[in-house]
Design a protein around this ligand. Structure first.
Ligand code: C2E
Ligand code: MG
Ligand code: MG
Ligand code: MG
Length: 281
C-alpha cells in the first residue's frame, strides 16, 4: 500500500542520510592525513584549440587515492576540505605541483604551454597572503606567469568582492590569466564580466550536453560566445563528448574545447607524450 511504501522510502532515506553523514565524517578525518601521506595527485585534461585540434593547454584536476575507499572524486572531497579548513593547504600543494609540472613540460618541448588550476573562494580570504606566496614561488622559477591560468567560479565573485577583487588584481598584475569556470550555472551576473578582468570563460558542460537536441542550449552557447568575444574574452566549452557537439561549437566560433571526445584526464607522462606529438591522438 501507499502507506507501507511511504514508510519504506522514509527508512531508505534516513539510512542513506546516515551513510552520507558517516562517509563525510570519515573523509573529514582521513583527509588530514592525505597530504602528508601522499594520497593526493593531479591528473591533467587536454584543452584543445577548435580551429586546428592542437593541444593548447591542460586543466589540473585533483584526485584522492584513499587507502581503503579507493579513488575519491574532488566533487566529493573538495567541499569537505573547504568545510574543515584544509582547502588552502591543499590548494597551495596543487599550485606548486601544477607549476613544477608545467615547467617540466616546457623544458621537455622547449615552448610555452599553459596549465589551468582550479581554485576555491576560501583560498582568496586571509588578506591575499597566500596569493603573495604563490607570486614569490613563481618568481623563484624560470617560468613565465602567463603559463598559469587560475580558474575561479561565479559563486566566488558573489562572495566577499573587495578581497577577491584585490586578489584578482594581484594575479593579473603578476601576469597570470583568469578563467571563469562553470559559466552559466551560478547566479550569473553580467556585471561581474564588466568589473572583473577575465581572460577565459568556460561554458559549463550542462549547456553542451544536449546541444544537438536542444536549440535553446545552442542559442545560449552562441550568445555566450558572441558576448565573450565582444568583451575580448576567449571561450572554452566544457564536457564535449561527441563530434556533433564539437562541430556545433566550432561553427559558433568557440575557441577551445575540453571533454571526453578529445581526451579524459591523463597522467603527466601521457601529457608529455601528447606535447611531443603536438596532437592529442
Ligand atoms: P571543473 O573544474 O568544472 O572540472 C571539469 C570536470 O568535468 C572534471 O571533473 C572533469 O573530469 C569532468 N569532465 C571533463 N570532460 C568531461 C566530459 O566530457 N563529460 C563529463 N561528464 N565530465 C567531464 P572532476 O575531475 O571530477 O572535478 C570535479 C570538480 O572538482 C571540478 O570541476 C572542480 O570544480 C573541482 N576540482 C578539481 N580539482 C580541483 C582542485 O585542484 N582544486 C579545487 N578547488 N577544485 C578542484
Ligand atoms: Mg575547472
Ligand atoms: Mg568548477
Ligand atoms: Mg567547470
Amino acid at each position: 500500500s501507499a502507506k507501507t511504501s511511504g514508510r519504506g522510502r522514509y527508512q531508505f532515506f534516513t539510512e542513506t542520510m546516515q551513510l552520507t553523514a558517516q562517509r563525510r565524517m570519515q573523509l573529514a578525518k582521513d583527509l588530514r592525513r592525505a597530504l602528508p601521506e601522499q594520497q593526493l595527485f593531479l591528473e591533467y585534461q587536454p584543452i584543445v584549440s577548435l580551429a586546428d585540434d592542437e593541444l593548447s593547454k591542460v586543466e589540473a584536476l585533483i584526485r584522492w587515492q584513499h587507502p581503503e575507499l579507493g579513488l575519491i572524486s574532488p566533487a566529493e572531497f573538495i567541499p569537505v576540505a573547504e568545510e574543515i579548513g584544509l582547502i588552502s593547504e591543499i590548494g597551495d600543494w596543487v599550485f606548486r605541483t601544477a607549476v613544477a609540472q608545467v615547467e617540466a613540460w616546457q623544458e621537455l618541448v622547449n615552448r610555452p604551454f599553459q596549465i589551468s588550476i582550479n581554485t576555491s573562494p576560501v583560498q582568496y580570504r586571509d588578506d591575499a597572503h597566500r596569493i603573495r606566496h604563490w607570486l614569490s614561488y613563481l618568481r623563484e622559477r624560470c617560468l613565465s606567469s602567463q603559463s598559469i591560468s587560475l580558474e575561479i567560479t561565479e559563486g566566488m565573485l558573489m562572495e566577499n568582492t573587495a578581497d577577491i577583487e584585490h586578489c584578482l588584481l594581484l594575479i593579473r598584475d603578476a601576469g597570470m590569466e583568469v578563467a571563469l569556470d562553470d559559466f552559466g550555472t551560478g547566479y550569473s551576473s553580467l556585471s561581474y564580466l564588466k568589473r572583473m578582468d577575465i581572460d577565459f570563460l568556460k561554458i559549463d558542460r550542462s549547456f553542451v550536453h544536449n546541444l544537438q537536441r536542444d536549440s535553446d542550449d545552442l542559442a545560449l552557447c552562441e550568445a555566450m560566445i558572441v558576448m565573450a568575444h565582444r568583451l575580448g574574452i576567449r571561450v572554452v566549452a566544457e564536457g564535449i563528448e561527441t563530434a556533433e557537439q564539437k562541430a556545433l561549437l566550432k561553427a559558433a566560433q568557440c575557441d577551445y574545447g575540453q571533454g571526453y571526445y578529445f581526451s579524459r584526464p591523463l597522467s603527466a607522462e601521457q601529457i608529455g607524450a601528447c606535447l611531443r606529438r603536438r596532437k592529442i591522438h
